[in-house]
Write a protein that binds this ligand. Structure first.
Ligand code: FES
Ligand code: FES
Length: 150
């Protein structure tokens, strides 16, 4: 048994300790907003927050998440930065197919929480691990820039 703190609530799950957190979120707890892409920490669609930092849940063993605050796309809008980023995403009509976007938003929020005044280069660097097959990168950067206090 593992006890996880997810979106402010404790969840007890009976899973192998090396099961990736992504599997637990999606298949055990039904939190399907976090997506599966590459499975090898290369695309960013599975990004969630662990104590506010962006992590790739496809390669994070669930046992490594015990004792940490896990936040997923389902709850990120409850934080001021998360709310601002989601509003900016709508204002800039960022989304195309949408598949990568929960990971993009989680990465953007983590970036802006660390760098509230992120400049263009910090935005490029901070988002470089998140792929978008629809190439929405220009709109993603514009949306983040609109939230940045730089
Ligand atoms: S599915 Fe995790 S980084 Fe691609
Ligand atoms: S919006 Fe389609 S993959 Fe990014």
């Amino acid at each position: 048994m593992q006890t996880l703190s997810i979106n402010g609530q404790d969840q007890v799950v009976d899973v192998p300790e090396d099961m990736p957190l992504l599997w637990v979120l999606r298949d055990v707890l039904g939190l399907t907003g976090t997506k599966y892409g590459c499975g090898i920490a290369q695309c960013g669609v599975c990004t969630v927050h662990l104590d506010g930092k962006a992590v790739r849940s496809c390669v994070l063993p669930v046992s490594n998440a015990v004792g940490h605050q896990i936040t997923t796309i389902e709850a990120i809008g409850q934080t001021p930065v998360g709310q601002a980023v989601q509003s900016a995403w709508l204002a800039h009509e960022v989304v195309q197919c949408g598949y990568c976007q929960s990971g993009q938003i989680m990465a953007a929020v983590a970036l802006l929480q660390t760098h509230p005044e992120a400049d263009d280069q910090q935005i490029v660097n901070g988002m470089s691990g998140n792929m978008c097959r629809c190439a929405t990168y220009t709109r993603i950067r514009a949306a983040i820039k609109s939230v940045s206090k730089a």
